[in-house]
Design a protein around this ligand. Structure first.
Ligand code: ADE
Length: 246
């Protein structure tokens, strides 16, 4: 996947692309990226990129001129173009899976009060919000979108890791433990060291259900659950759950 991120602060994004799993994905050729400084497309001597809002109101807007030239150079329109903004459609795992199918993505980071609407109308295919709160920098929101998307590209991380994590199958992830078996006098749940794989699977499913019910009950709507999972839930309910300690 080719990722082109348009920003006034490329240095905020640079470290992410040069570290950890993303670094490896880039080295392996699974991801290519371009961090474009919108200011490079300003034509005046002060490289001005913002101005006041027509009709009045607080704050400044990003100018359409530099943005339009940067977007043209990035190949948009013609490439799926995301604008991260608190006024966008709410991002989630299904949305990330959809974007991960694209061969190229252009991502526009907003600053100030936002961007001139003509830029949105001409270039943007997806206005995305990462949550119901306002960030001062669109770069942080763009990184959340990039991170959720690129890790779903084939080969970036193992399919096994993806299958068991939160939201896959419509449930939150089960609790996990590592060594030592006794930490601060707190033992790892017996079932996990029992070697009984069927019981471990049931315990984990039970924990996923309990956690989802406590934190995100809306995820348990029928529409979100696979037939397999619904079958397992019914069987566990019919059997009265498992007797292993919590
Ligand atoms: N920019 C500022 N806040 C944001 C949010 N919640 N989502 C996406 N972009 C943003």
């Amino acid at each position: 996947m080719k990722l082109t991120v348009l920003t006034l602060f490329p240095e905020i994004l640079k470290g992410f692309f040069e570290s950890s799993i993303m670094k490896r994905a880039v080295e392996r050729g699974l991801v290519t990226y371009d961090l474009v400084n919108i200011r490079d497309y300003a034509t005046d001597k002060h490289h001005k990129c913002d101005d006041e809002v027509y009709g009045g109101g607080a704050g400044m807007l990003m100018l359409p001129g530099p943005l339009g030239r940067a977007l043209d150079a990035a190949g948009s329109p013609g490439v799926r173009t995301v604008f991260v903004t608190p006024g966008g459609r709410l991002f989630n795992q299904a949305y990330a899976r959809d974007l991960a199918r694209e061969p190229k993505l252009v991502i526009l980071c907003g600053r100030y009060e936002g961007v001139d609407q003509r830029i949105v109308d001409k270039y943007v295919s997806d206005e995305i919000s990462i949550g119901d709160y306002v960030l001062s920098s669109g770069e942080v929101a763009a990184l959340a979108v990039v991170d959720a998307v690129y890790r779903l590209i084939d080969g970036v991380i193992t399919g096994e890791s993806l299958a068991e994590e939160s939201f896959e199958g419509g449930l939150l992830e089960y609790p996990q433990y590592t060594r030592p078996a006794l930490y601060d006098s707190i033992p790892v749940p017996d079932v996990l060291v029992s070697g009984h794989h069927a019981n471990i699977t049931r315990w984990r499913l039970k924990k996923r259900l309990e956690k989802t019910l406590a934190y995100r009950p809306e995820l348990l709507s029928d529409a979100m659950l696979s037939d397999d999972l619904r079958g397992l839930i019914e069987r566990i309910a019919a059997e009265g759950g498992i007797d292993e300690p919590d």
